[in-house]
Design a protein around this ligand. Structure first.
Ligand code: 5AD
Ligand code: SF4
Length: 445
């Protein structure tokens, strides 16, 4: 279907905020609307529909949506037919509020109902204000079925699990994404094969609590082993995991499955047992460090990544020093740190009397980020002289240069022929820059 007046395809502009699952969801939304004659456009200026795929994890992320919507006002004024939609976790959390605050919004769709977008778009096209934030019975992935056959880049995300039952006291995810649901392994394998046929060589399995995956009788490890049988799929990654769901089989897979990359994002959030308890994390700093030790025993060169929150209600100077200590002890290759943001409806947000002074929280965040950067840099520098495998993804900025990712997820650039795109080659690292490594090609496979 296309625009009846001009017969040209309708244009869809999607802006994605937040996590990798939103990146995946945006692709699937574009595919769903593709069936209604939409093609993606890189700018909102010529769009017939604008979709914001939003994030509710911290206040800043959620507020961005409203300032962005404000910027589309002149476009809507100039082209009243333009449809504006809000998808993702802000849509789920705020629903109708969004249309009350920003009346030019035509469509609000939650992360569990975007497979209904074609019908919602049709209703919006007839002038209706449309809201769908249900957790429907039908499986959205089954409704969306096969991925398009068009050639794709060498890396892709694939959602295998959604929702979270952990209820960390600061987190909105259990409310916006709902209870844990795992997709059946057979369907994931089918989607993975489709991706590989389209040119994908590396798949990152996504889930809010991905290592609690239970759509395979042997859990996430079972799924990884099954995926590793697919010819042409060379690399498997997964994110994000909870320490309490790292089972023995998954740890073992890190040591024995060649296609599983030596990189693990395993957030601990804080190094203080008092704060971990208040966060409802159900593990201690020591149990986390012991777990890391076991994983490293299986895969000694594993690069560890993490998330931290500073300024959680009641966090003292000593609690914060414990966080600094766990960062030093665990040795992160990368870590992300955030200032605590009180989210409506979460238990921690009730602890108003215990809120940490924002200036103190900012100072702590700066100190933590300096330590993480220093550690990250030291680890990256230690790669110089080593040989890594690089999956080349695209041309670099300099002529003749290609860039890709090492098994440790470092960005690596090297002089290499353009036909190495989508292929894995050995690279010897020669230098370490602020955000990437420079290397020399050793040999392609
Ligand atoms: N405030 C700050 N950071 C948060 N995160 C989740 N909820 C909050 C919050 N309320 C962080 C956690 C999580 C990451 C995705 O975002 O560190 O692991
Ligand atoms: Fe949120 Fe992760 Fe905790 Fe689940 S495990 S509640 S997604 S921080």
């Amino acid at each position: 279907m296309s625009d009846p007046k001009t017969d040209a395809p309708k244009k869809l502009f999607i802006k994605t905020y937040g996590c990798q699952m939103n990146v995946y969801d945006s692709e699937r939304m574009a595919e769903a609307l593709g069936g209604k004659g939409y093609v993606e456009t890189a700018t909102p200026d010529d769009a017939d529909m604008i979709l914001l795929n939003t994030c509710h994890i911290r206040e800043k992320a959620a507020e961005k949506v409203y300032s962005e919507l404000g910027r589309f006002k002149p476009l809507k004024d100039a082209k009243p037919d333009l449809k504006i939609g809000v998808a993702g976790c802000v849509a789920q959390a705020e629903g109708e509020e969004i249309m009350l605050r920003q009346p030019m919004v035509d469509l609000v769709v939650g992360p569990q109902s975007y497979h209904r977008l074609p019908a919602l778009e049709e209703a919006a096209g007839k002038g209706a204000k449309v809201l769908d934030t249900e957790f429907p019975e039908e499986d959205k992935f089954e409704t969306l079925k096969s991925r398009p056959k068009a050639k794709r880049g060498p890396t892709a995300f694939l959602t295998v699990q959604e929702g979270c039952d952990k209820f960390c006291s600061f987190c909105v995810v259990p409310y916006t994404r709902g209870a844990e649901v795992s997709r059946p392994a057979g369907r994931i394998l089918r989607e993975a094969r489709e991706l590989v046929e389209a040119g994908v060589r590396e798949i990152t399995l996504l889930g809010q609590n991905v290592n609690a995956y239970h759509g395979h009788d042997k859990g996430l490890a079972g799924l990884i082993w099954a995926l590793s049988e697919i010819d042409g799929l060379d690399r498997i990654r997964f994110t994000t995991s909870h320490p309490n769901d790292m089972d023995d089989a998954l740890i073992e897979a890190h040591g024995t499955c060649d296609k599983l990359m030596p990189y693990l994002h395993l957030p601990v959030q804080s190094g203080s047992d008092r704060i971990l308890k208040a966060m409802n994390r159900k593990h201690t700093a020591e149990s986390y460090l012991k777990l890391i030790e076991r994983i490293r025993a299986a895969r000694p060169d594993l690069h560890l990544s993490g998330d931290f929150i500073v300024g959680f209600p009641g966090e003292t100077d000593q609690d914060f020093e414990d966080t600094m200590a766990i960062v030093r002890d665990a040795g992160y290759g990368t870590a992300f740190s955030f200032k605590y943001s009180a989210r409506p409806g979460t238990p921690a947000a009730e602890k108003v009397a215990k809120m940490v002074d924002p200036e103190v929280a900012s100072e702590r965040l700066a100190r933590l980020q300096a330590l993480i950067t220093q550690q990250q840099r030291a680890l990256q520098d230690s790669m110089v002289g080593r040989e890594v495998s690089v999956l080349f993804e695209k041309e670099g900025r300099l002529p003749g240069q290609m860039v890709g990712k090492s098994e440790y997820l470092h960005a690596v650039h090297a002089l290499a022929p353009a036909d190495l795109k989508g292929r894995i080659a050995k690279v010897r690292i020669k230098a370490s820059g602020p955000n990437s490594l420079a290397g020399e090609l050793v040999g392609a496979n």
